[in-house]
Ligand binder design. Structure first.
Ligand code: FAD
Length: 497
């Protein structure tokens, strides 16, 4: 381990001594991405290297957080994980949490169109109809003419897309703008809090990008696009909240000998002869810590600041990435006010000109929420905020909660008066995967790969969802391995060659 004890530098008082000659691998950021990266590192290197997670805030988890709304417990950030991908369910299994894996109750969500709620139709990919036999299910959300326009997609010239394009342009060209406004926007908005006119088809709906590249229509009965609804539950959650996952991971990391330090923002990152020097502490009283390898698992703006000195091209690319700010209003609603309410929630597209973009009826969606919480209350989560519409959130918590609840009353036609509300703001939380995103990520990774002992991951890279963050964390460990020009698995066998 390098000790950083040179002129002008100080070792943090908490700095662990470590065995002479051992290595220190530091993960910056204690969200799900950083914790998974650290977990993989620990599993690979055992006690041949010290693994340290530095988290700026007072707690691990980032956008995964369980909290209280009055007497009620709920997820206040991410609340479900795509189960059709292997990473999240695989991690839960690896952590021995199989018994705590839960799935949403099989109740459907609705979408608001022209002031009326309709069941969210089946046979779509991110809202884009892909199954001709299910076009009847679009009726109501789209008017007759709009449904007919979808059905005529095959009449459009089938040319092959060669370059990335925004989702709205392609879907409008193929099926008409109404599909974008009334089906795609509410679903994309749910995942990215973004705008279909800017989001990349290639990065956000890869299944449809593949079709577009092959010159094939979106609606194609002969070879349906892989879609939700085929085999096994689509989503999974964790009993007690997805927000428990980072807490469990941090505990397991410490049991495995790693350290997880919270309240330690990393303010600078510079290269040394043998590795990296991290600056923590304050500007007045800086503290320094040396590392052999670093994984950056922070949001793009923070990553851009930290890479500015050593990998300026990657820093510029990350700095140019937009993010959306969102807020969650969690409400504890007296049970009788929502008596008989069915469904897991509702989506509201921007074209409806509402403040809220989604409502999740958490007590309907997750059995643990209704089981664990007091019999008196049901939990409803209201989501607000989209990219480039931050002004919506510029209200104090009380006003934001009041407005959101008033809209819910209006949309579902019930006199909802929560006993408690809690507003959680997630500023700059969702990276926008705009046109050209994958090329940008490729350039960032290439630049970072040119610098030994450094790797990057996080929600900006391979998808914002939890499984995608886990996959990017896995990849970062692999990249670090490659860039340190050693095999982390052989560390235990002896000193560096
Ligand atoms: C409201 C909301 C709901 C969501 N719902 C879902 C969902 O249901 N399902 C799903 O799959 N995904 C969901 N997502 C997306 C998903 O939660 C996130 O993309 C994912 O959790 C991001 O994880 P991360 O570790 O990459 O980043 P983060 O969670 O942002 O973690 C990064 C960490 O780095 C720390 N940090 C920043 N700068 C520094 C620094 N200089 N030094 C040290 N530490 C630093 C931060 O404090 C933070 O803890 C949701 C996101 C939001 C905002």
């Amino acid at each position: 381990m390098s000790d950083g004890n040179q002129d002008g530098t100080r070792i943090s008082p908490q700095d662990p001594p470590g065995a002479p000659g051992s290595r220190r691998l530091v993960v910056i950021g204690g969200g799900i991405s950083g914790l998974v990266a650290a977990w993989r590192l620990v599993r690979q290197v055992g006690d041949a290297a010290e693994v340290l997670v530095l988290e700026a805030s007072g707690t691990v988890g980032g956008k995964l957080a369980v909290g209280q709304v009055g007497e009620v417990t709920a997820d206040l950030g991410a609340e479900s994980m795509l189960a059709r991908r292997p990473e999240a369910v695989g991690l839960l299994r690896e952590l021995g949490l199989d018994d705590d894996v839960v799935h949403p109750r099989a109740a459907s969500a609705s979408v608001l169109s022209r002031g009326t709620l309709f069941p969210l139709p089946a046979g779509t990919v991110m809202g884009v109809p892909v199954d001709r036999s299910r076009l009847a299910g679009l009726a109501g959300i789209l008017d007759e003419e709009e449904v007919a326009r979808v059905g005529q997609e095959g009449r459009r010239e089938a040319f092959r897309l060669t370059e990335d394009i925004d989702v709205a342009s392609w879907v409008t060209y193929r099926m008409g703008r109404a599909v974008v406004d009334r089906l795609v926007e509410p679903l994309l908005g749910g995942v990215y809090a973004g705008n279909a006119d800017r989001l990349s088809l290639q990065a956000t709906v890869p299944a449809l990008w593949q079709r577009a590249r092959g010159g094939r229509p979106l609606l194609d009965g002969s070879a349906p696009v892989q879609q939700a609804g085929s085999g096994g539950p689509v989503f999974a959650g964790l009993r007690g909240g997805v927000g428990r996952l980072p807490l469990i991971l941090a505990e397991r990391l410490e049991q495995a000998g790693a350290q997880v330090r919270t309240g330690v923002p990393v303010r600078g990152l510079t290269r040394t002869e043998n590795g990296w020097r991290l600056e923590t502490g304050t500007a007045d009283v800086p503290e320094f810590l040396d590392a052999d390898g670093v994984i950056l698992a922070v949001p793009p703006a923070a990553a851009s600041r930290l890479l500015g000195a050593e990998v300026p091209s990657a820093a510029r690319e990350l700095g140019g990435m937009e993010t959306a700010s969102v807020a969650v209003v969690a409400a504890a609603v007296p049970r009788e006010q929502l008596d008989g309410l069915t469904g897991t929630g509702l989506l509201i597209p921007p074209v409806e000109r509402r403040l809220i973009k989604a409502a999740t009826f958490s007590s309907n969606k997750w059995r643990w929420v209704s089981d664990e919480n007091a019999a008196r209350h049901l939990v409803v989560r209201l989501s607000l905020g989209r990219a480039r519409e931050e002004s919506v959130l510029r209200r104090d918590d009380a006003e934001l909660a009041d407005l959101a609840v008033a809209e819910l009353r209006d949309v579902i036609g019930r006199d909802v008066r929560p006993d408690e509300t809690r507003v959680v703001r997630w500023d700059d939380s969702l990276p926008q995967y705009e046109v050209g995103h994958l090329d940008r990520i490729h350039r960032i990774r290439e630049a970072v790969a040119g610098v030994p002992g450094l790797a990057v991951c996080g929600a900006a890279f391979d998808g914002v969802g939890i499984p995608a963050c886990i996959a990017a964390a896995d990849r970062a460990v692999h990249d670090l391995d490659a860039s340190m020009r050693i095999d982390l698995r052989t560390l235990a066998a002896g000193p560096r060659v």
